[in-house]
Design a protein around this ligand. Structure first.
Ligand SMILES: [Zn+2]
Length: 190
């Protein structure tokens, strides 16, 4: 459903230009990353290992590892070359294996080598965790709507179901907005 959803989003709402698409591991398929990419959207999807062998010289976030097992840190993304840049971690400064400066200071990986493993911002980076938190926040809203507005128990079909759904979301959003404004005015008063 992710691909038709992405397509419908751009067809029905051409002025909505999302920067990111966040999804759980159930959506970890290359065509979804590619569809997002063609629309200028970065897909942040939990990696689903399935039966794949993970490369030995990488950690679970596909970051390069030094000979001593330290993970390199995500530094930046270069849009011109479509590459992720990883730099040597602090731990390696005192590493005996690195005495002659034999360890690589920087790794660059092309996103296109595997769009599932290499995403922007890179897997394992604090910026990717920060972004992904928004998905968890939306899931809480969904759970609330299903539970308290009974959206998992709609008795209507077709158009009426749509009305039920939209009024629930409107009521929820207005309620939240009112609470936000009240809290804001209280803070100003204090
Ligand atoms: Zn090291």
């Amino acid at each position: 459903m992710a691909i038709p959803l992405l397509k419908a989003l751009s067809e029905l709402h051409p002025y909505v230009k999302p920067s990111y698409a966040l999804a759980d591991a159930g959506y970890d398929y290359t065509p979804i990353y590619k569809q997002a990419q063609t629309m200028g959207i970065r897909a942040l999807i939990d990696y689903n290992p399935r039966n794949e062998q993970l490369p030995e010289d990488n950690d679970k976030y596909f970051r390069p590892k030094c000979q001593n097992g330290h993970s390199y840190r995500y530094d930046s993304y270069d849009p011109q070359y479509d590459t992720l840049k990883y730099t040597q971690p602090k731990e390696c400064k005192e590493c005996p294996l690195n005495e002659g400066g034999t360890c690589q200071k920087v790794f660059k990986v092309k996103v296109s080598t595997d769009p599932r493993k290499y995403i922007v911002p890179a897997r394992g980076s604090s910026s990717s965790f920060e972004l992904y938190k928004q998905r968890t926040a939306v899931e809480r809203v969904n759970a609330y709507l299903k539970e308290y507005f009974q959206l998992n128990n709609i008795r209507h079909r077709g158009k009426l179901a749509k009305v039920d759904f939209e009024i629930s979301i409107l009521a929820y959003t207005l309620g939240k907005l009112a609470v936000d404004r009240l809290n804001k005015s209280k803070r100003i008063a204090a």
